[in-house]
Design a protein around this ligand. Sequence first.
Ligand code: SF4
Length: 619
Amino acid sequence: MPASITCPSCGRTHAPDEYDESRFCRACGALLEVRAAGHGDEAKGWKTLFPYEPYPQQVDFMGDVERVVGGGGILVAEACNGFGKTVSALSALLGLGRQIVYTTRTHDQVRQVLQEVERINHHAGAGFTAVNLASREFLCLNPDCRGAHGREAQEICNALRKDDKCPYRSEILEPPPGLPLILTPKALSQAGRRLMICPYFLDLEGKLLVLDEGHNIDQVGQETLSDTLSGRTLETAAEEVKAVGGSRAHMRRLSGYIEEEVGDVPRLKRAEELESDLCAALGSDLTTFTEHYASMVDKIRERKLRRGEPPVSYLSGVLAFMELLASSRKDRYVAIYRRGPYGSNQVEYRCLDPSLALKPIVESASGTLIMSGTLSPLKLFAETLGLEGSELRSYPSIQSPESVRMVVDTRVTSAYRERSDEMMLRIGEVVANGLEKVPNGALVFFPQRELMGRCLDAWGVKGVVKVRGGILHLGGKQLFREGADARQNEAVLERYRATALTSPGAVLACVFRGRNSEGSNFPDEQARGIFLVGVPYANYGDPVVRAQIAYYDRARGGMGQRWYTMDAFRAANQALGRGIRSREDWCHYWLLDARYAANLDLISAWAKGGGAEIVAEEP
Ligand code: SF4
């Protein structure tokens, strides 16, 4: 540790004990960074561990990880699918000889991390340990809790442990000896059973943090710090209270209040108003209310356990909502009144500031790597997370130059004011012409389902979409339209994928931000062309979107509009990412909106290949 740490943003110096207390500048809030001595050329860790012949881009990436993350800083890194981010990051970080906590989003990605660690061990004759810390749902060994989800599982587990009813030890100070080097959930469960310890609590407190697939950690962070109170929860809580001899009056008053506030369209209130409304409905402040009911939660759980039921308490959910409301920073929250997915009236207490969730996590790590295929625009992404002091890197693709090509057509737009029938038709013709040049499968993304329907209908009327043998075709390919729900969509995808492998192939019409732009993958022949119709701005009429813009305007010096644009371009980058899934894959892109040309710097570097070709109106 140096004698003092200087803020990279405002220049204030900090004593080491100030740095130990908080890793953010006392004066301006920027992240402070301690550069470790001995890095750079002297750091050769990854060179012995990386199990392949590295590409120059990978060498750059591993060098940056070693220097920035190893030096205690934050690296926000964007690199294309197929880049080898996982194995590169692991080689660089394991080469530092420090412990890593590596988070991913899906079980497939977890498996890939474990495989890469195995590969590194095999290549370098090393013995690195990897433990897959899956969710309680997967790791719990107790049949009374296993199978429960989310908060319910947490409540059941807490109740069982409190009463010493779980036979598996959860106070584990250090990993027991004899664990295999690479632990999958299955191996972890077997070891847990054998040693009578709970695998879920086998927490290897890490030093270096990797947030893989980090493109939506802002949303995840906000969701983690948000909560919802519904009329249905209150009704069940009222019955629980009655069953242990209490009065249902408070729960009913809360439920009546929410019912009065919820209308046909979502409505917003400031967090302070929500708090004062609830206090008025209860006739007391929120702390008095939660203290009064806290002991009842234990009685409810004990009663359920006695009756052989899972010890879930809805009252506990009500109290958790009130505690969050009472303890949170209200200038960073908003209340939303609307009908929930099952028609129940509800109020959501929504966090508008992702940095509230991210900063403490990053502060507790001694170096952080946030990486994904789609983080652009990087600067704004880091700003929304409150990580202004982080180092931002977007690495070029490692595909060959012909593999990624981009055409930006400025002759068309789907901007709201210019959505004439003529414009719709022009877009259709451009898409159809482009499709003629694409073999096998192609994807066409639309900003909204409604616009997709309008375009396809208009293209059908004008003969851009043709009917051959009773089957719709666009640009010579069989036309598929994404399914309205997960099941229908799976059925559509199955047929689309099979047809895409044939010639002349298939085209799938889908929407940005939907299951085909965020969840599904389209490797190789499944997507040789991707067409973006318009820029996927979020619905400005949605009060939540407006509240988010207003928050950034207020709290971050007019950043609202820039966030709104960033959000749209991130959704566009996400859709482009569907087409390249490995180093050998190739895909060509058509960006059909003049607004892309004006904001090309917001498109991920890897997607531009050797540079975007701009198509303009003939003079
Ligand atoms: S301690 Fe572990 S095994 Fe026991 S209930 Fe909790 S998660 Fe399940």
